[in-house]
Design a protein around this ligand. Structure first.
Ligand code: ADP
Ligand code: MG
Length: 248
């Protein structure tokens, strides 16, 4: 994104923000509460339009495209709050997400033609693979409400991956997780990069950010105050002052 700003009435949530995420790269976006992290994710995913500035996706200016037109281009996101189908099994949740992404004419679906059945079979295998990939193989048959909140967060990632994105945006994926769960999440994020995806992760938990990110951008009052490798960010005086300083 290039020189992007977003105002909500009198509040400048994001000010002249520019940064990039490349394939095979995990970028962290950190900053104190209210610094504009979620707004940045909303701008990139198309949930809100920018007040000014442009958002580019693989050389295409997508600033004016709504979220529904960015998903097919390869952008996917998870939300800060859990958003799963109730009374559905883990496998069906991912299967449904796979299903909505493939196009079959309504008639072949209704008539259950051979090709529609074959396609459904492929989506089922794909859903099973994704559930395993996310480390949820053991709970594939349980309902989404019966699994732990950490597992629900992994499931949201598996659901986002069903759209076969090239970029995945994760808004506070480690919220409420204990150390062991954060480790599983970190491993999953690294596996996602291995698949060649770009990952943008917003997170409060510094340990996770420092462990998985190739690069970190730091926001304060909607502006980028630093950007660099984890070890550079840890030493950056402005960051310590604005962010880490408040923690100690
Ligand atoms: P973060 O995710 O870093 O905590 P946000 O991006 O949610 O920060 O918020 C940045 C600023 O923008 C805050 O001052 C917040 O109150 C404001 N803000 C975010 N979304 C809206 C909205 N939909 N309407 C009005 N103000 C908003
Ligand atoms: Mg937020």
């Amino acid at each position: 994104m290039n020189q992007v700003s977003k105002n909500f009435g009198g509040v400048q949530a994001v000010k002249n923000l520019s940064f990039e995420v490349s394939s095979h790269e995990i970028v962290g976006l950190i900053g104190p509460n209210g610094s504009g992290k979620s707004t940045s994710v909303n701008l990139i995913s198309g949930a809100v339009p920018p007040t000014s500035g442009d958002i580019f996706w693989r050389d295409q200016n997508v600033s004016k495209l709504p979220i529904s037109q960015r998903v097919p281009l390869g952008m996917a996101r998870t939300f800060q709050t859990t958003s799963l189908l109730a009374e559905t099994t883990v496998l069906d949740q991912v299967f449904t997400a796979c299903h909505t992404c493939y196009e079959v004419s309504p008639w072949s679906s209704i008539l259950r033609t051979k090709s529609a059945r074959a396609q459904e079979e492929r989506q089922y295998v794909k859903a099973q693979d994704l559930v395993e990939f996310a480390g949820l193989g053991d709970v594939a048959g349980q309902t989404t409400s019966a699994i732990s909140s950490a597992q629900q967060r992994l499931l949201m990632i598996a659901t986002a991956l069903a759209a076969q994105p090239r970029l995945i945006l994760l808004d506070e994926p480690a919220a409420g997780m204990v150390a062991k769960e954060r480790k599983e999440l970190a491993d999953l994020i690294l596996r996602i990069r291995q698949r060649g995806l770009a990952v943008l992760v917003i997170e409060h938990h510094m340990g996770l950010i420092m462990e998985v990110c190739d690069r970190i951008a730091v926001l304060n009052f909607g502006q980028k105050i630093a950007e660099g490798r984890p070890e550079e960010i840890q030493k950056n005086a402005a960051v310590i002052e604005a962010y880490l300083g408040g923690v100690h």
